[in-house]
Design a protein around this ligand. Structure first.
Ligand SMILES: CC(=O)N[C@H]1[C@@H](OP(=O)(O)OP(=O)(O)OC[C@H]2O[C@@H](n3ccc(=O)[nH]c3=O)[C@H](O)[C@@H]2O)O[C@H](CO)[C@@H](O)[C@@H]1O
Ligand SMILES: C=C(OP(=O)(O)O)C(=O)O
Length: 419
């Protein structure tokens, strides 16, 4: 199993190209199921989750392939199977996003339940209740969601009693081919939802007000393939900015989307960074500025993203003062804390808050990656720890960060992938 060997880094310097967003690319790939003809997607990151999605679409019968580095071509016209098997679904929760499109286009879907995972139980009740409201009959048996509808799904008014990114995406995709209008209330407002809506509209869908908490979708009979480029990854961007901040460096993220990162950039400024932005770039300068702890409370967009929580815990570990990080989205998303403690971090866990007391230095250690963003926080800590840090189980990182060690080394880090 691959590991990362990280040596203490000098201040990061230079520029790094941000990849397409994993969390936008995944639903966008799944949306191709709805189209009659070939979809061409650009700025698709090279990630394990993207390969899993292509394998899943191929299992359904689509002709799904990467045609060059960041471009993917999916011809859905050969789909002849509506079963998403446990073997693929268990490796990637976003597989649940085939449910809405398969049901809307083919009238049936059998999708393995994704199960619990490291960061929390992550139930799918909102996805199922919304589809039932649109006329689907759903049974959950033997670990599979078995969904059917006679004819087309029917447009419906759906109020989701929690804000869910995945449920909003699944229901928005299903509603595109439903008969009549669907209104999604208390919808998630993440930039990735807007990106998916833009892609669906490029296929001929009629989705309005994505990015607000009330999305209106007028169903159409057919959708066609399109060409669409995925939004830049705001979480990858934020992760690199923090890596530069903790090393006291100065970096520029190119091909970024600053407008998607307001909450994160505000916290970086509070931590002492000088941030400058342009249309598609963000520069962070931490040279000569002391790093100060920040308080964080995660919340649905436009609040502070849970996917940046672990990285800010790492920042607080080496900042001046005490910062309290409160996780409000997932019930078990502090698995990085014991690993950071092994590196000398002073953190007290109090229910859903991590109280981080900054220390002047961390010590390199052998640590275990437990989930995607927890892994990123260990890499950040490794950059500033004395000596060597070995991060084990980095398959989590490869799920969501494209060539992370190559990109960080391009900024002056010293990271090796070892067996
Ligand atoms: C591929 C992708 O885009 N993943 C992102 C997506 O995950 P995902 O879409 O799975 O996360 P959700 O927004 O659905 O989850 C938010 C909260 O709602 C709960 N919930 C969700 C659905 C449901 O039917 N019932 C229910 O109770 C979840 O357990 C969680 O506590 O949004 C999360 C929250 O921003 C991010 O951390 C993930 O990176
Ligand atoms: C939790 C994440 O992803 P997923 O929903 O794919 O598990 C993440 O991107 O941080």
């Amino acid at each position: 199993m691959d590991k990362l060997l990280i040596k203490a880094s000098k201040p990061l310097q230079g520029s790094v190209r941000i990849s397409g967003a994993k969390n936008a690319a995944l639903p966008i790939l799944m949306s191709s199921i709805l189209a009659d003809t070939t979809c061409y997607f650009d700025n698709v990151p090279e990630l394990r989750d993207i390969n899993t999605s292509l394998a899943l679409l191929a299992e359904l019968g689509a002709d799904a392939k990467r045609v060059s580095g960041h471009s993917v071509e999916i011809d859905p016209s050969s789909i002849n199977n509506c079963n998403a098997s446990y073997d693929l679904v268990k490796t990637m929760r976003a597989s649940i996003l085939v449910l809405g499109p398969l049901l809307a286009k083919y009238g049936e879907a059998n999708v393995s339940l994704p199960g619990g995972c490291a960061i929390g139980a992550r139930p799918v009740n909102l996805h199922l209740q919304g589809l039932e409201k649109m006329g689907a009959k759903i049974d959950v048996e033997a670990g599979y969601i078995r969904a059917k509808v006679d004819g087309r799904l029917k447009g419906a008014n759906i109020f989701m009693d929690m804000v869910s990114v995945g449920a909003t995406e699944n229901l928005m995709m299903a509603a595109c081919l439903a008969d009549g209008e669907t209104v999604l209330e208390n919808a998630a407002r993440e930039p990735e939802i807007v990106d998916l809506a833009n892609c669906l509209n490029a296929m001929g869908a009629k989705v309005k007000h994505a990015g607000s908490d009330k999305i209106r979708i007028q169903g159409v009979e057919r959708l066609q393939g399109c060409r669409y480029a995925v939004l830049p990854d705001r979480i990858e961007t934020g992760t690199f900015l923090i890596a530069a901040a903790v090393t006291g460096g100065k970096i520029r993220c190119e091909n970024a989307a600053p407008e998607t990162l307001d909450a994160v950039l505000d916290k970086l400024v509070m931590a002492g960074a000088v941030i400058t932005t342009g249309d598609d770039w963000i520069e962070l300068d931490m040279q000569g500025h002391p790093l100060t702890s920040v308080n964080i409370k995660t919340a649905p967009h436009p609040g502070f993203p849970t996917d940046m929580q672990a990285q800010f815990v790492a920042l607080n570990c080496v900042a001046q003062g005490t910062g309290v990080v409160t996780e409000n989205i997932f019930e078990n998303r502090f698995m990085h804390v014991p690993e950071l403690q092994r590196m000398g971090a002073k953190i007290d866990l109090e229910t859903n808050s991590a109280v981080c007391h900054g220390v002047s230095s961390l010590k390199g250690a052998q640590v275990m990656a437990t989930d995607l963003r927890a892994s990123a926080s260990l890499v950040i800590a490794g950059l500033v720890a004395e000596g060597e840090t070995i991060v084990d189980r980095i398959y989590h990182l490869d799920r969501g960060y494209e060539h992370i060690e190559t990109k960080l080394n391009g900024l002056g880090a010293n990271i090796q992938r070892i067996k």
